[in-house]
Design a protein around this ligand. Structure first.
Ligand code: ZN
Length: 397
């Protein structure tokens, strides 16, 4: 039963990888004749507000877009090779976008986005058709940088030539939020001597040290002392920190003392319907409205975000299992559990790692021994390195 569940999971993610490869193969063949009935870009859609704005490009084919300018001089420019459009060439704005326009080059379509205030590209990704959607969608998420409103063109004082940046997404250190489970009045599962809350905090500190040693990450802990932090607050910390990855650390407690081993969880689809509810309640859903939408666009956007986040979470979960396999016994049970509140931030890839069973005598010894805990967290750190390296590869292609 356990093996079956894992097999299904692996098949699911390999299926996704295969789909991506297929998209690339199609792209390689797809040089587009200008004026053909294949228009490429079908539609430009916007959603969001002055804090976060999403631009969705509906496409009849896969595309590799390039970021030519990221917010410099109040403009974001994205180049779309081998693409044309039969749709609108410009449109009004919403949220951080004042207006957008398309510029046709000899072989390339250029999307110019005039910003209404300081913003940068937070992430961009391509979604293949699926789940009833027949188009490819290229998604560009903008995030306010805190710079003030940008004056409308014409009224702007002369400024130096824009700096053309060609970076994929955000630069600077990656932000990893580590969540030591439990704390304070909530001790978590008991061992023969240890408490889960102490083991998770010690592990989180070891992982933080491992990651920060590289100089590539900024690490935020949801708690750095024996304090009680409600689950909702932990998710909020992840969002507030602008996390690229969220790792929650726990220790299991089995019905018998014989069970041992580590397992990794990601959020299931069923869990995500809970996300929607929580988001509504807490106003996390991007407020979106544009004319002509019969289905709530906010829901579509949430759906897109979650699907992409789920893929990336699953990918990290798989890398995590691979890397920690040398350090501990693995309990390869399902990665899906619908009730993991801490994995609820819809746009932050998140996993929950049960490091072992604290009520098993061997696991408890491993979890409370600082040297073996350090080895386990070094392995988690290796998985984090591998995952970000892979993300960078995806972004640059
Ligand atoms: Zn726990």
């Amino acid at each position: 039963m356990r093996a079956l569940a894992t097999g299904g999971f692996l098949a699911g993610w390999r299926g996704y990888a295969a789909l991506t490869c297929l998209s690339l193969a199609v792209l390689g063949l797809g040089s587009v004749a200008r004026g053909s009935s294949n228009s490429g870009l079908l539609k430009v859609r916007l959603g969001g507000d002055q804090t976060e704005t999403r631009i969705v490009l509906d496409l009849d084919r896969s595309v590799t877009a390039k970021l030519v300018s990221d917010g410099a001089d109040g403009k974001i420019v994205v180049s779309l090779p081998r693409l044309d459009t039969a749709g609108d060439l410009s449109g009004g704005g919403q949220g951080l976008v004042r207006r957008w326009s398309l510029e046709r080059g000899p072989t390339t379509l250029k999307l110019n986005i005039d910003l209404s205030r300081g913003a940068e590209v937070r992430r961009r990704f391509l979604l293949p058709p699926g789940d009833g959607v027949t188009t490819y969608r290229y998604v560009i998420d903008l995030k306010a940088t805190g710079r003030g409103p940008i004056a409308a063109p014409g009224r702007r004082p002369a400024s130096p030539a824009p700096v053309v940046a060609a970076r994929a997404g955000r630069s600077g250190p990656r932000i990893v939020v580590i969540d030591p489970g439990h704390g304070g009045k909530d001790p978590g599962a008991p061992g023969s001597a240890a408490h889960e809350k102490d083991v998770t905090l010690a592990a989180a500190r070891a992982l933080k040290a491992r990651l920060e040693r590289t100089g590539r990450y900024r690490v935020v802990l949801t708690r750095s002392s024996d304090a009680y932090i409600p689950l909702e607050s932990r998710v909020r910390i992840a969002r507030g920190a602008d996390a690229d990855l969220f790792i929650s650390l726990h220790a299991d407690s089995g019905p018998t003392t014989a069970m041992r081993g580590a397992s990794v969880y990601t959020l299931s689809e069923r869990g995500e319907s809970r996300v929607t509810k929580v988001l509504r309640k807490d106003d996390w859903l991007m407020p979106v409205n544009y004319p002509g939408a019969d289905r709530t666009v906010g829901e579509i956007i949430l759906d897109l975000t979650q699907r992409s986040t789920r893929n990336r979470s699953a990918e990290f979960a798989e890398m995590l299992l691979e890397h920690i396999a040398d350090e501990t016994t693995l309990l390869r049970r399902s990665h899906r559990d619908g009730n993991l509140m801490v994995l609820l931030a819809p746009d932050v890839p998140a996993v929950l790692l049960e490091m072992g069973f604290i009520n098993n005598i061997d696991d408890e010894r491993q979890l409370t021994d600082s040297a073996s805990r350090k080895r386990l967290m070094n392995a988690v750190g290796d998985a984090v390195d591998a995952w970000f390296a892979n993300q960078a590869r995806i972004a640059s292609r």
